[in-house]
Design a protein around this ligand. Structure first.
Ligand SMILES: Cc1cc2nc3c(=O)[nH]c(=O)nc-3n(C[C@H](O)[C@H](O)[C@H](O)COP(=O)(O)OP(=O)(O)OC[C@H]3O[C@@H](n4cnc5c(N)ncnc54)[C@H](O)[C@@H]3O)c2cc1C
Length: 436
């Protein structure tokens, strides 16, 4: 490919204590917690709302906040959920997301905490001095500019900031295969009384083999998370998979959006003809942001692995505990992969059980003033498939935000944060830390 040398002087438009790249669940948690500690915080968000996949991605529900006994996402997660319950951000079952309300709640919480943010602002590069990032380079609607910050938190989901800063990352399994994406969708005119009645068809994939035999689907994808009850008459669809998508490549992403919109027509036929209560449903929207489950995982000071998925995994530098099962979506639409998924998903902790999350999983091993939070922290694939759900992202986001704020008194170095101080500050805002 031809190369061109591109050099330009750009403005340093803002100077902050903490720059958060990405305004999804982890980014919002990190930014708010840091700002409440007195830090000057700015979020740069590539899209047009806060909430990431839980809003722009139309992910229809929050997964578990608790282990059935303990509220694991204590602190920011609890505050957010309580606020959603009070302000209509969740439907009456308490976990299905009312997406427009959730966007509004995030914007209000961020504004109340004093965090500044802009949409249409993508982090596209960084400038470093040794092991420290000093400037984030952003492409915004107004042009390209720099933001100077003492500390940086990578909440892009794809570890864009760490990758741009040269930190080591892994991608998918040993062959580079990743979980598929899903283009989530919203449907109107669902008759939930019929769906919930004895004549309804449960689970959603119950008649999928018949539909395969009838030629409804291009792929024999047995893995169908299904349709969530998100309002009196609407369904939130986590239906269909975009196999082989690379969430860090726009060509692959474009193909996945196109396939996602096409495959949704196949699911529309399936729901209308093989299920009950969906006969009159209409497609209201496909998500503006493709649901990407897995891309890069940052190599951190500690890599959480499946051997840590047990109730007695306790760490001296624990910043939280979580318990969602190992939810590795199938890489290929075949029976063998589906059975592997069922096997993985059956690996569960019991009621009241959870695994510890060490602070070191948030510290990229190659960088000194950068934290990572959300779905790309330092884990293996199995643990990523547990901790990536939104309550897990609130836990790691709030810890990264708190640590970044605390680090400011010692020059912004992630490894100089005193663990007992971090833990006691996290506890004071409600974090679940029974071992510290
Ligand atoms: C199809 C699907 C279904 C799911 N279902 C559930 C579920 O039912 N319940 C649940 O709890 N979780 C679910 N999850 C998981 C969960 O939604 C995500 O893992 C979680 O949202 C990740 O949070 P995050 O903050 O790490 O990143 P994201 O939610 O991905 O947010 C990242 C944000 O950063 C922005 N961004 C990215 N790159 C840049 C950049 N370079 N510069 C600036 N901004 C950038 C993006 O626009 C986005 O807003 C699902 C995920 C998928 C894909």
């Amino acid at each position: 490919m031809k190369k061109v040398n591109y050099t330009k002087n750009i403005d340093v438009k803002y100077e902050v204590d903490v720059l958060v790249a990405g305004g999804g669940p982890s980014g919002v948690a990190a930014a708010i917690v840091a700002a409440r500690e007195g830090a000057k915080v700015r979020i740069v968000e590539a899209g047009s709302c806060l909430g990431g996949l839980g809003t722009a991605g139309l992910v229809p529900a929050f997964m578990q906040f608790s282990d059935g006994v303990n509220f694991l996402a204590g602190g920011f997660g609890k505050e957010l959920l309580d606020r959603c319950k009070k302000e209509n951000g969740v439907y009456k079952n308490g976990s299905s997301i009312r997406v427009e309300e959730l966007k509004f709640i995030y914007e209000n919480m961020v504004a109340e905490s004093g965090v500044e943010f802009t949409y249409h602002t993508k982090l596209i590069d960084v400038i470093k001095s040794g092991r420290e990032v000093t400037l984030g380079i952003c492409a915004a609607k107004s042009g390209v500019y720099a933001i100077a910050a003492k500390t940086f938190i990578d909440c892009t989901g794809d570890a864009d900031l760490c990758h741009l800063a040269g930190a080591e990352t892994s991608f998918g399994d040993e062959d580079g295969n990743t979980m598929p994406g899903t283009l989530c969708s919203l449907w109107s005119n669902v008759d939930w009384e019929v769906v919930r009645s004895p004549e309804g068809v449960h689970p959603d994939n119950k008649r999928i083999e018949e539909a395969f035999a009838d030629g409804v689907f291009t792929n024999e994808d047995r893995h169908l998370p299904g349709m969530w009850h998100v309002s009196p008459t609407m369904g939130g669809g986590n239906i269909g998979h975009t196999f082989g998508v690379n969430g860090c490549d726009e060509v692959s992403l474009t193909e996945a959006y196109v396939w996602g919109r096409k495959s949704i027509r196949e699911y529309e036929r399936y729901y209308k003809e093989y299920m009950r209560g969906f006969e009159n449903m209409e497609l209201a929207a496909t998500a503006p942001l493709l649901g990407i489950r897995e891309t890069r995982r940052v190599h951190c000071d500690y890599m959480l692995t499946f051997k840590d998925f047990r109730p007695d995994s306790v760490f001296d530098d624990e910043i939280g505990r979580y318990s969602y099962p190992i939810d590795i979506h199938i890489s290929n639409p075949d029976k063998e992969s589906y059975h592997q998924y069922l096997d993985d998903f059956s690996k569960r902790l019991g009621k009241g059980e959870s695994y510890g999350i060490p602070y070191r999983c948030l510290i990229p091993k190659d960088l000194d003033n950068v934290w990572v939070a959300g779905r790309c922290i330092g884990t293996d694939r199995e643990m990523q498939a547990s901790i990536r759900v939104m309550p897990g992202c609130y836990i790691t986001g709030q810890a990264a935000g708190m640590a970044a704020a605390l680090s400011l008194s010692t020059g912004g170095n992630s490894r100089k944060v005193e663990i007992p101080v971090l833990q006691s500050k996290l506890k004071s805002i409600g974090a679940f830390l029974p071992n510290s």
